[in-house]
Design a protein around this ligand. Structure first.
Ligand SMILES: [Zn+2]
Length: 307
């Protein structure tokens, strides 16, 4: 048995028994004995250890932590098993990631990552799975679940009602680019599209509204989002609202100055954004600057990529 798989089983059992004073070493010794000395199959070894520990430590069956953890109860740096539905799949932005997105159960929703090295069958959106021995991780304050080569994923034939399937998501990432059609712009009164020289591609010559809006790209290290920031949020981040933007444009006789100024204040910055996610587009409802402990996070990414 692979070393990481052995450790994953130890961790999983340890999580359930640690509050009773059971040590990792004790679980390891039992597992070694059963697997290598007595050649007991893996699943049976697991069960035997769990039953044995329960007897030794006088733990009533109902008192033991359930083997399936609810998403609302997952804790960072623990190994758990979950039953969950794949709510959304996203486009991963790293070759180390096979799949990423959101999974949910009746208690909540969490992000997940399947490492490419885990070599798992591809998950499908809308289907339900039993995720065994997955690692809960916390990255920049947000929890996610990692499927590694030590994990087991099986499709299950039971419906799972996901709580708040369309709930707001929270993302922390770097603002890596801002599109040209952003800043202080003229938009069509009928459809909201950007108007160039008074002409909308859909409606021809139209009346236009002047708005402050940014279309940008946010990268959280696992995927990218098309992030839309409206005037209120731009103002809260930069102090530049519609009024200030107009003043800037008038002073320089150029609307482009506003975009330059916003780029100067936002590009490359880390943001924590709450908003509604539709496919790739994240419509921000609130946003704030976020200062990461860069070195620590980079090390963590490297370590995880090797998982
Ligand atoms: Zn239009």
């Amino acid at each position: 048995m692979a070393e990481n798989r052995f450790q994953a089983i130890v961790e999983e059992i340890y999580e359930r028994f640690k509050s009773y004073g059971v040590s990792r070493k004790e679980i390891e010794n039992r597992l070694k004995l059963l697997l290598y000395e007595f050649k007991v199959p893996e699943e049976e070894a697991r069960r035997t250890i769990i039953n044995g520990l329960r007897k030794n430590y006088n733990i009533v069956k109902g008192d033991l932590k359930p083997s399936i953890t609810k998403i609302s109860e997952i804790e960072p740096n623990t190994w758990v098993s979950l039953k969950a539905k794949v709510v959304q799949l996203w486009e991963p932005n790293s070759p180390a990631i096979a799949q990423t997105g959101l999974i949910g159960d009746e208690t909540g929703i969490t992000r997940f990552v399947v490492w490419a090295k885990a070599n798992k069958k591809r998950l499908e959106e809308g289907k339900c799975y039993l995720f065994e021995r997955v690692v809960v991780d916390e990255f920049m304050g947000l929890k996610s679940v990692k499927v590694t080569s030590a994990s087991e994923v099986k499709e299950i034939d039971e419906p799972i009602e996901v709580k708040d399937e369309n709930a707001e998501v929270e993302v922390v990432g770097a603002l890596v680019s801002i599109q040209q059609n952003s800043g202080l712009i003229q938009v069509c009164k009928l459809c909201g599209r950007v108007v160039k020289a008074g002409v909308c591609v859909e409606h021809g010559k139209v009346e236009a509204n002047e708005v402050l809006r940014l279309k940008s790209v946010l990268d959280d290290g696992e995927r990218t989002y098309d992030l839309i920031l409206d005037e209120k949020i731009i103002n809260s981040l930069t102090g530049i609202g519609l009024r200030e933007a107009r003043k800037l444009a008038e002073e320089h006789l150029d609307r482009g100055v506003v975009l330059l100024e916003l780029k100067k204040r936002l590009l490359g910055k880390y943001l924590r954004v709450k908003g509604e996610l539709r496919f790739r587009t994240l419509n921000a409802k609130s946003a704030e600057f976020y200062k990461p402990r860069i070195i620590e996070e980079v090390e963590k990414v490297l370590e995880e990529a090797g998982a």
